[in-house]
Design a protein around this ligand. Structure first.
Ligand code: 5RP
Length: 221
């Protein structure tokens, strides 16, 4: 069973004709975007706002019209994946490095829907190292300050060189083991100069579509 496909395609049921749709990033929402492409080719009229250059390219391939915040003031629905989902539907995101645009779009959406296979469920966040986007200037200092919050951060590398986000920044993957209060940590991280955004998505997800006992299941907040 392809869980990512099942949950990714299920989310499309919430997209209605005429909507502005935030398009997430990753291998689960990939299936959402492919399905939306099918619906668009069958006559559905939507506009997409992509959370990454990678998603923008996929959406264009699928024939989905893209828009941006110059043109629209609000987003009807955003659909995105997650790296970890806790019992209160708080999330860790940013495994794909798109957390900043993902958070801007999730915040701007009237409804934010998360699609997550069963491996993403957790009682308390912290199993997945928390991605934190930081500016390049002074990143050594920013890293030291983040260590002060009680984690082990690792600069994200690809082929031995730092990964650069779509916004021109670095990513630190921070091992916290267990995150007692996601809301408090989210604020503390964002108070550190040099931190652009972190991958804690607190009280944002309205609905999480996942798999339970082999069946698609939905949790709402
Ligand atoms: C990208 C993300 C993704 O939504 C998250 O990493 C989940 O990805 P996938 O659906 O490939 O497991 O936050 O920044």
């Amino acid at each position: 069973m392809n869980e990512k496909r099942l949950v990714g395609e299920k989310a499309v049921e919430y997209v209605k004709n005429g909507m502005v749709v935030g398009l997430g990033t990753g291998s689960t929402v990939y299936y959402t975007i492919k399905k939306l492409g099918e619906l668009v080719r069958a006559g559905m009229n939507i506009k997409g706002i992509p959370t990454s250059e990678q998603t923008a390219a996929l959406a264009r391939e699928e024939g989905i019209t893209l828009t941006d915040f110059n043109e629209v003031e609000s987003i009807d629905i955003a659909i995105d994946g997650a790296d970890e989902v806790d019992a209160d539907l708080n999330l860790i995101k940013g495994g794909g490095g798109a957390l900043l645009r993902e958070k801007i779009i999730a915040n701007a959406a009237s409804t934010f829907i998360v699609v997550a296979d069963s491996s993403k469920n957790s009682v308390k966040l912290g199993t997945f190292p928390l991605p934190v986007e930081i500016v390049q200037f002074g990143f050594q200092m920013t890293t030291r300050k983040i260590i002060g919050l009680g984690c082990k951060p690792k600069l994200r590398l690809k082929d031995g060189t730092p990964v650069i986000t779509d916004n021109g920044n670095y990513i630190l993957d921070c091992e916290f083991k267990s995150i007692e209060s996601p809301a408090v940590l989210e604020q503390k991280l964002n108070m550190i100069p040099g931190v652009v955004e972190n991958g804690l998505f607190v009280n944002l997800a309205a609905r999480v579509i996942s798999i339970n006992d082999g069946m698609v299941s939905e949790r709402i907040r």
